[in-house]
Design a binder for this molecule. Structure first.
Ligand SMILES: Cc1ncc(COP(=O)(O)O)c(C=O)c1O
Length: 386
């Protein structure tokens, strides 16, 4: 390659991820794919109708930079009803091209070169590259895992704070572990940031997937945290339309003003008919209110089936993920075990080590249960043979 065509990578550590590898292997081996984190079933036809109606009504040109007002208003009303916090739909909510863009934009506007950002591992894979693109340095704190499952060691988070810490990233309900924040987690976080200038990025894309009668504790419920938090969410998860890539960020006006400066020159805005369709569809509150019941039934079906296997279940309190300990089956490293499971047993899973930046082996893989019952049944039949 000639000198002219070479560039210095801004993300030298980013290569082909295990997600790509596992998906390719799953299709090559015709494995049941419980690796990919998206549904294998379609969304409500009423949502398609609402988007089609918007297209047919000629709503096909640029919407406002911040998003369609009806959608921002519907989001503000929903947050107020569920969490009691009133965001101003005009100045405090912006529609994004999925949570991934919301996360990147939040970090680009808030993090300056040399700032430190605390990342709790295992962590969603976009966080670290986004911090690095913003010029920040990720500082890792690892969740602890024992027979009760995963939890955040808040004393270690507190110990990781330095004068350079600009932002703490949190994710509840949590991918990949399926844990959710309890009030004690929220209080511990509030204690850490109190009296500092630190900001928070809360990734709440699984906000409507919380089980066993528990409640999603959005960070906006806590007045002190709401003042310093970018809350990120995604319609893709809630409405079974991950491919539409539409989400939103809610944050206090001063933070949102800076967010919008970056958003404006990043995507400018997000596609119009889908926003109108979502605004219309959000009137069907049952779509998100019934979601925990819908997914809890799938989780229970999957968990009950796994009880007939040699996998050990970890708790899944939220999200559509189930982590399992395979130490009774194999001592292979996680990535090798996931490849073996895909090739030899015909069920694809994701190694939890893929969510760590530092090499770590816990003998745990993640399955996604956002699948048709027959998909889950076929996977369980195969897993029971191990
Ligand atoms: C924790 C987490 N955050 C963000 C995203 C990205 O959401 P979106 O597809 O809306 O960009 C995902 C998708 O899997 C996720 O699991």
């Amino acid at each position: 390659m000639s000198q002219l065509t070479q560039i210095t990578s801004k993300l030298p550590k980013v290569g082909t991820t295990i997600f790509t590898v596992m998906s390719a292997l799953a299709s090559e081996k015709a494995a049941v794919n419980l690796g990919q984190g998206f549904p294998d079933f379609d969304c409500d036809p009423a949502l398609i109708d609402a988007v089609s109606a918007a297209m047919k009504a000629g709503l096909n040109q640029y919407p406002p930079m911040t998003g369609v007002p009806a959608l921002r208003t519907a989001i503000a009303e929903k947050i107020k009803a569920l969490h009691g916090y009133q965001y101003d739909a005009t100045t405090e909510i912006t529609i994004t091209a999925g949570a991934t863009q919301g996360i990147l934009t939040s970090l680009l506007c808030a993090v300056h070169a040399g700032d430190e950002v605390i990342v709790i591992e295992p962590a969603y894979d976009s966080y670290v590259p986004a911090i690095e693109l913003a010029g920040g340095t990720p500082v890792f704190v690892q969740m602890q895992v024992d027979t009760q499952g995963y939890s955040v060691p808040w004393d270690k988070v507190a110990a990781a704070v330095t004068p350079k810490t600009r932002l703490i990233m949190v994710n509840t309900p949590h991918n990949p572990t399926g844990t959710i924040f309890q009030q004690a987690d929220i209080d511990a976080l509030a204690n850490i940031v109190r009296g500092t200038e630190m900001l928070i990025l809360a990734d709440e894309v699984y906000e409507h997937m919380v089980y066993d009668g528990q409640q999603h504790l959005s960070l906006c419920r806590h007045p002190e945290l709401a003042k310093r938090t970018f809350v990120n969410s995604s319609f893709g998860k809630t409405y079974h339309v991950t491919g539409w890539k539409v989400g939103f960020v809610a944050a206090p006006a001063a933070l949102m003003a800076e967010f919008r400066k970056v958003h404006q020159f990043n995507v400018f805005t997000v596609n119009t008919p889908v926003q109108h369709g979502l605004a219309e569809y959000m009137k069907h509150q049952s779509a998100y209110i019934d979601l925990p019941r819908f997914y809890q039934r799938k989780r229970d079906l999957f968990q009950n089936g796994l009880k007939n296997t040699r996998f050990k279940l970890l708790p899944s309190e939220g999200t559509y993920f189930q982590c399992v300990d395979y130490s009774a089956i194999s001592s292979l490293p996680e990535a090798e075990f996931a490849k073996w499971l895909t090739s030899e047993i015909g069920v694809a899973a994701i190694p939890v080590s893929a969510f760590y930046n530092t090499p770590r082996e816990s003998g745990i893989v993640r399955f996604c249960f956002a699948k048709k019952d027959e998909t889950l049944a076929l996977a369980l039949e195969r897993l029971a043979k191990i």
